[in-house]
Design a binder for this molecule. Structure first.
Ligand code: GLU
Length: 466
């Protein structure tokens, strides 16, 4: 059995988003070898900085490729913009065999023809105007300085059949496909062509991609068959929808991997979300990449659209935080946060972060509240403290004096002195000590606060509530 080789073939025209990261991940999980190719034939829109960003995102996710570029330096082995000479050989082969022809139709002519067809209720396709130009005529037009595109001659009256790895048997009538451009007028390779040719030349056995490419597949199969190149198995992944049910886009919640990274999501959280967008695992546990791969099952790729729910991402983030080791969590914090957490408080602080935060920004807020004097008191906390009144906080000061670091003793003493318990005991304390009405377990807060700071905060509220 030959190895299963999959690939990720991004066009570096923007940042990697959830949709293409899902394609990359499922491709990496699906096969035995994983290849990366840069489809940068669109010279206007492709940018080296997007290649660099892509590599960075893939590395951050931990998706290493067995074959492909090592840096953003354009390498003819993996960057389509550098592979013109290779494509040229295949264009020549098709032209010699009469399977491709130069087309001199101008963009304006094509647009007019397209509109006419649409008006007549027909699907727009190339009319075939240049399909029968003689070699002399083509030569004459070239001599006039006209630069033709090269079109693939689609056979008439045939069916292209293939078995899609998810959607099963597919069949497309060639009569519905117009002759299509395989080389642009500027000489660059068109997607249908170089994408298929490279898959074949690079030994890709399985092509996983979004099902927005499904209708492109018959064209690509025709090209490969005409060239006598191997046709891979196509696996078209169901679309990802946003939480409004529309295809996932920037408008309904898609985010770039860079944004997720900068916000503080852990790569394992993102991976666990992506791996379940269109693929089902029995286990709801957080899995590392190796486990996601070991438990990946091709037959569990779904046909129906997957829905991206930001709350799911946060769920995985929470699990990732819970399972992160102290040093990992420590590194994840902002440098400013690390600077204010006293070393002896580190373990206790990280425990608080683990169960109360999702992002480093939130951890920073807690570090500031616990280890600095910059206490921000929100309006509901101020109100709760005001209602508790001066007597409550005087009693609290007294109880704290008596109990020292023993939180239970402190509570018992305060309860006896004030006659309050439950929420009316906890909430004003929390409000005074943290400036908020929610947050970590109160005993942990109490113990983490430096006794002077604790004292000052309780004292402040004796005046504030006057
Ligand atoms: N460069 C193409 C894209 O980003 C690749 C499509 C494919 O995977 O075949 O859409």
């Amino acid at each position: 059995m030959p190895l299963t080789k999959t690939r990720f073939a991004p066009s570096p025209t923007g940042l990697m988003h959830i949709g293409n990261a899902r394609t990359a991940l499922l491709s990496a999980l699906y096969g035995q070898r994983f290849l990366l190719r840069i489809e940068d034939t669109d010279a206007e829109r492709s940018r080296p900085e997007f290649v660099a960003a892509l590599l960075e995102d893939l590395r951050w996710l931990g998706l290493s490729w067995d074959e492909g570029p090592r840096s953003e330096e354009p390498d003819p082995a993996w960057f389509q913009s550098q592979r013109g000479a290779i494509y040229q050989r295949y264009y020549a082969q098709l032209e010699q065999e009469g399977l491709a022809y130069p087309c001199f139709c101008s963009p304006q002519e094509l647009e007019i023809s397209r509109r006419q067809q649409l008006r007549a209720g027909q699907p727009p396709r190339y009319s075939g105007k240049c399909a029968q130009l003689s070699a002399e005529e083509a030569q004459r037009r070239r001599a006039q300085g006209l630069r033709p595109t090269l079109r693939f001659r689609v056979p008439k009256g045939a069916l292209v059949r293939f078995e899609d790895g998810i959607r099963g048997p597919q069949s497309f009538a060639t009569d519905a496909i117009g002759d299509f451009v395989i080389r642009r007028a500027d000489g660059s390779a068109a997607f249908f062509f170089c994408n298929a040719v490279d898959d074949a030349l690079m030994g890709v056995t399985h092509v996983l991609r979004g099902d927005d490419h499904l209708a492109n597949t018959p064209r690509q199969i025709l090209v490969l068959e005409a060239l006598g190149l191997p046709v891979p198995q196509y696996v078209h992944l169901a679309l990802i929808l946003g939480d409004d049910g529309a295809p996932l886009s920037k408008r309904n919640g898609s985010r770039s991997i860079k944004q997720l990274r900068e916000q503080g999501y852990f790569p394992i959280a993102v991976l666990n979300l992506l791996a379940r967008l269109g693929h089902h695992y029995d286990s709801e546990a957080l899995m590392d990449l190796a486990t996601l791969k070991a438990r990946f099952d091709r037959s569990r790729l779904g046909k129906s659209p997957a829905r991206f729910d930001p709350a799911h991402l946060d769920h995985w983030q929470q699990l990732a935080l819970k399972s992160a080791e102290d040093p990992v969590l420590w590194d994840w914090l902002h440098a400013e946060t690390r600077a204010i957490v006293p070393e002896r408080r580190l373990g206790a602080f990280l425990a608080i972060v683990r169960s109360n935060c999702l992002f480093p920004d939130q951890a920073h807020e807690w570090a500031r509240a616990l280890f600095t004097d910059e206490l921000k008191v929100d309006s509901s906390a101020a109100e709760v403290a005001r209602q508790a009144g001066e007597r409550f906080f005087l009693a609290a000061l007294d109880a704290a004096q008596l109990a020292g670091e023993d939180f239970d003793a402190f509570l018992a003493a305060l309860q006896t002195r004030t006659g309050t318990k439950g929420k009316s005991l906890f909430l004003p304390l929390r409000a005074a000590l943290t400036g908020r009405c929610d947050g970590p377990e109160l005993g942990a807060v109490y113990r983490l606060l430096d006794p002077h700071r604790r004292h000052r905060r309780l004292a402040e509220f004796t005046y504030a509530s006057e």
